[in-house]
Design a protein around this ligand. Structure first.
Ligand code: NAD
Length: 338
């Protein structure tokens, strides 16, 4: 029997998660909820997804816009085996009581505080801990990218300390109000940025320092990574290890992919939906070893790397597959791996 999945919040993350749920053989998308009758609400209807009003008082606005509703968010949550909350950061916390009232387990996104939930999730780093949990947070795009990178390094070589500088996009392409538009901001200016502590929700014992900046870009984040390992493999070995991971893309030397713009072009040329790049994009040539210090650059597509993680988190919570089975199925159905 298929798992009945609802998505509350149909924006950047929610619409991608909904599409990914809809193509899983073991899941059924029973509906998506939206606050406003905008172009994304129309898209949900065009896709054949039952659309629910997230705020009851706004039902009339949908009627006025000629957008047919299947009901209210309460009805959707009640009918679901699990709900994926993809509302803006902080709204998930407000929705928690709704999910509890209907006894529906919920996944939240990285914009929520870690202490809102029973457990934080990354498929590669921490799958099993989510089993049977009522409230689970799929960590943010940056934390997902770092967890995927650090998991194999920890297992294979041991990590003495990780130091990461995150050069973050100012906003997503459709976020017209975000910035900076002509500046480079240390953000936050004090250390650590929240990313290091957030990685510790996946790997509690890991020694990691992170620094953040914000730049006038919308396409992707870029991480400058230094990891002091507990052993000293050569760069070729590390390259091989990272290349074997199923959600990493080692940008080949000589490919001409010199940044986020070329990566997005690469994804568009390969007909990726919305030019999404679900994988960590690691520049192969950047992987270097100096004694026990590993250095590399990776780019992270903020709008999409968490999408397969949400799919795996559904199976982890409901116990319908183990980590390997779930990751493989998600990768196969979505077409992950260039
Ligand atoms: P978004 O603003 O693009 O989408 C959120 C959607 O939720 C919007 O359609 C909004 O209208 C709707 N919404 C607002 N209040 C609601 C309510 N009460 N009930 C139902 N729907 C409501 O935001 P997003 O970028 O998709 O972010 C969602 C979450 O994912 C946040 O926690 C964010 O931190 C996290 N996240 C975002 C990114 C990213 O780069 N965009 C990456 C990883 C994680």
């Amino acid at each position: 029997m298929s798992v009945q999945v609802a998505v509350n919040g149909y924006g950047t993350i929610g619409k991608r998660v909904a599409d990914a749920v809809a193509i899983q053989p073991d899941m059924e998308l029973i509906g998506v909820a939206k606050t406003r009758p905008n172009h994304e609400a129309e898209l949900a209807v065009e896709n054949g997804y039952p659309l629910y009003a997230a705020i009851e008082e706004r039902v009339e606005l949908f009627d006025d816009a000629g957008i047919e509703l299947a009901g209210t968010v309460e009805e959707m949550v009640d009918a679901a085996d699990i709900v994926v909350d993809a509302c803006p950061g902080g709204i998930g916390a407000e929705n928690k009581s709704l999910y509890e009232e209907h006894d529906t387990p919920a996944l939240y996104q990285g914009g929520e505080d870690a202490d809102l939930v029973d457990v934080s999730f990354n498929a590669r780093g921490k799958f099993d801990a989510a089993a049977g949990a009522d409230h689970v947070r799929v960590v943010s795009c940056n934390t997902t990218g770092l967890s995927r990178l650090l998991a194999p390094l920890r297992e294979e070589y041991g990590v003495e300390k990780a130091r990461v500088t995150l050069v973050r996009r100012g906003g997503d392409p459709a976020q017209t109000g975000r910035g900076p538009i002509n500046d480079i901001l240390p953000n936050p200016v004090s250390l650590p940025s929240h990313h290091g502590p957030d990685v510790n929700t996946i790997f509690p014992e890991l020694n990691i320092d992170t620094l953040g900046l914000k730049v006038p870009a919308t396409l992707m984040h870029t991480h400058s990574v230094n990891v002091t390992l507990e052993s000293s493999p050569d760069a070729a070995e590390v390259r091989e290890l990272l290349g074997e991971q199923s959600r990493t893309f080692l940008i080949p030397e000589g490919s001409g992919i010199d940044g986020a713009g070329a990566l997005k072009e690469f994804a568009m040329d390969r007909d990726r939906p919305r030019a999404d790049i679900w994988e960590n994009c690691i520049w192969s040539e950047s992987i270097s070893m100096e004694d026990t210090d590993l250095y590399l650059f990776q780019a992270i597509h903020q709008e999409s790397d968490v999408v397969p993680e949400n799919i795996d988190a559904i199976r982890a919570v409901l116990g319908t597959a183990d980590a390997t089975e779930s990751i493989e199925l998600t990768n196969d159905t979505m077409g992950i791996g260039f």
